[in-house]
Write a protein that binds this ligand. Structure first.
Ligand code: FUB
Length: 327
C-alpha cells in the first residue's frame, strides 16, 4: 500500500530524518533534512550522538501525495574540507541554480557552513571545495527576499560552538554570558549574488522583549539556542528558533531582515526527544510548520523523523501555539 503521510505523522519511515527545511520549488514541496544514523558512539552535551554523514532530499507533489526520497544528494566524503557531522541543512534557489547550505566540522573539529549547487532541486549537489569564508557555527537558513537579496542566518549554542565566536573571533574557551546579561544572538549576513560567499561580515542579531530590553541569557524560555528560520508574513520578518534547553520553537518579528527582532511567543510546544527544529513555508495559500520528533525510534534523541502540520495566524499577525500531540 502506498503511504501518504498525514499531518503530524512521519514523512518517511525507511530512514531517520531531522531538521527539515521545507521549500516550494517547481510547485512541489521539497524537504531538506538531516539524515540521522544509528551508532553506539558517545551521547553528550557536545552533540556527538548527532553523527550524520550525508543528505537525502525528500519531496511531495502536494500534501496528498507520498513523500519521495530522492536518494543521497551529497556525502561528506565528497566535500574536501569536512571532517565530520553534517548537521541541519537548508536550500535556496536563485538564477536557475539550487543551493544546498550545510554545517559540518572541519578536520580540526570546528563548525563552518559549506555550500553545494545543482541544476535540480533534488541534486546531486556539487560542493564548493572550501567552506564559505567568514562562516562558523551551524544551522544555516537562507532567506531570499522579494527584492532578490539573500540572507544567511546561522548559529547554535553548546555543540554548535556559537559561544566560541564573540565579535567574529575564534575563542576556543569562549563561554556564554552570565544569566543576567543579554543572550547570545544568532548571526546574519547578506549573501553575494553568487550565493556562495558573504557580502559582509556576520552580524549578531538582537532579540528584544516587549519592553524593548534584550532577552537575557538566563531567560531559557525565550533566548535563542539554535535552528533559526526566516519567513515573511504581511510584510514583517519572522525569525523563529529553538530555545534548546526548554524545547520550544518560538518567534520574534521585525520590519528589517537583520532585526532587531521583538519576541512574540511560542509556535510549537516540546516534542518527544531533546531537540526541536523546524521550518515554515507557504503552500497554496496555507502555512505549514515542518518539524521533527523522536517518535519513530521510541524516543531515542538522535533518531528522529520529520513531520508537518498547518499553522494558523491570528488577525494581529501572531501565530497560534501548536501542541504536537493535540492535547
Ligand atoms: O541535527 C543535529 C542538530 O540537532 C541540529 O543542527 C540542531 O538544530 C538540532 O536539531
Amino acid at each position: 500500500m502506498i503511504y501518504i503521510p498525514k499531518q503530524n505523522e512521519p514523512l518517511v519511515t525507511h530512514i531517520y530524518t531531522a531538521d527539515p527545511s521545507a521549500h516550494v520549488f517547481e510547485d512541489k514541496i521539497y524537504i531538506y533534512p538531516s539524515h540521522d544514523l544509528e551508532h553506539d558512539g558517545p551521547d553528550n552535551d557536545n552533540g556527538d550522538q548527532y553523527k550524520m554523514e550525508d543528505y537525502h532530499v525528500l519531496s511531495m507533489d502536494d500534501l496528498n501525495s507520498p513523500c519521495i526520497d530522492h536518494g543521497e544528494a551529497l556525502h561528506m566524503k565528497d566535500v574536501p574540507w569536512v571532517g565530520q557531522q553534517m548537521w541541519a541543512p537548508d536550500a535556496a534557489y536563485k538564477n536557475g541554480t539550487y543551493y544546498l547550505y550545510f554545517p559540518a566540522k572541519d578536520k580540526n573539529g570546528i563548525f563552518h557552513i559549506g555550500v553545494a549547487s545543482s541544476s535540480k532541486p533534488y541534486g546531486p549537489f556539487t560542493p564548493q571545495p572550501d567552506y564559505i569564508k567568514g562562516t562558523y557555527s551551524m544551522d544555516p537558513a537562507v532567506f531570499v527576499d522579494d527584492d532578490g537579496r539573500a540572507y544567511i542566518y546561522l548559529g547554535g549554542l553548546w555543540g554548535g560552538q556559537l559561544e566560541r565566536w564573540p565579535a567574529n573571533k575564534y575563542t576556543p574557551d569562549g563561554t556564554g554570558p552570565h544569566p543576567y546579561k543579554p543572550a547570545i544572538g544568532p548571526r546574519v549576513a547578506e549573501l553575494n549574488d553568487d550565493m556562495i560567499s558573504l557580502k559582509e561580515e556576520l552580524a549578531e542579531i538582537t532579540i528584544l522583549d516587549e519592553k524593548g530590553n534584550p532577552i537575557l541569557a538566563g531567560d531559557e524560555d525565550r533566548r535563542y539556542f539554535e535552528g533559526p528560520w526566516m519567513h515573511k508574513y504581511n510584510g514583517l520578518y519572522y525569525l523563529s528558533y529553538s530555545t534548546g534547553t526548554t524545547h520550544y520553537i518560538v518567534y520574534a518579528v521585525s520590519k528589517n531582515p537583520k532585526g532587531p527582532f521583538t519576541f512574540k511567543g511560542r509556535i510549537l510546544n516540546p516534542v518527544i526527544g531533546w531537540t526541536t527544529h523546524h521550518s515554515i513555508v507557504e503552500y497554496k495559500g496555507k502555512w505549514y510548520l515542518f518539524y521533527h520528533d523522536s517518535s519513530l525510534s521510541g524516543g531515542v534523541n538522535h533518531l528522529r523523523c520529520v513531520k508537518y502540520t498547518e499553522i494558523h495566524y491570528n488577525p494581529d499577525g501572531t501565530i497560534q501555539t501548536i501542541d504536537p500531540y493535540g492535547n
